[in-house]
Design a protein around this ligand. Structure first.
Ligand code: PCO
Length: 197
């Protein structure tokens, strides 16, 4: 894909959301022509400052935008429009709560509605991030497998000392790893073909 690509970053309420500004910067500095939009959950916004992501760099969509943009029949429905706009979506970070909801088909916010209405012929990467105790809970592996079975691509979490001081698996993949996975998809036509159903 050599023309500009539209990338939608979906950011949920793990502490790893602190990495959102650096993820956006590194994508912009990657040398690829990327249009970036961001969709956040309410709790994601607790972990970063919107001042670190200027509006001319990437527009941030919130739950309220779903309702202000729709007034009546024929008006665009934001979660559908975002899905149509995006060539690729990256959920970074994907917290335990949103993982569980996606696996069950729940969609009670803008971000989850966008995921629920995703066109599976386009790639959706997800980057789990949660405390090790949550990661090791028996319910987690099955939920990850459910998403993988639909063709969604996991960018696996890594082991490190987490924000709370615990050490183990559950940290979001390094930002550089996420950026290189996105770029690999954008540059590798064979990979793009293999991701299609
Ligand atoms: C919170 N959970 C976590 C899991 C997610 N943590 C991470 C990393 C960051 C720093 O490198 C925050 C990105 O630790 O992904 O910390 C309670 S223990």
């Amino acid at each position: 894909m050599s023309q500009a690509a539209n990338i939608l970053i979906a950011c949920t309420g793990s502490v790893a959301a602190i990495k959102l500004p650096v993820l956006v910067s590194k994508l912009r500095e990657s040398g690829r022509d990327l249009n970036i939009r961001i969709v956040v959950t309410k709790h994601a916004e607790h972990f970063f400052s919107t001042e670190d992501i200027p509006a001319n760099v990437a527009h941030i969509y919130r739950d309220e935008d779903e309702w202000t943009s729709w007034k009546g029949r024929g008006d665009p429905v934001l979660h559908i429009e975002l899905g149509k706009w995006a060539d690729i979506m990256v959920i970074a970070p994907l917290d335990a709560n949103s993982l569980a909801k996606i696996a069950q088909g729940l969609c009670d916010n803008l971000l989850l509605c966008t995921v629920r209405a995703w066109d599976f012929s386009k790639p959706l990467f997800f980057c789990p991030a949660m405390n090790t105790r949550m990661w090791e809970h028996p319910i987690t592996a099955g939920q990850i497998e459910t998403l993988r079975s639909w063709g969604l691509r996991e960018i696996p979490c890594v082991a490190k000392t987490l924000m709370c001081g615990d050490t183990g698996l559950g940290a979001m993949a390094e930002v550089d790893t996420i950026v290189s996975e996105v770029l690999r998809w954008l540059t590798d036509a064979n990979l793009r073909e293999s991701l299609k159903f």
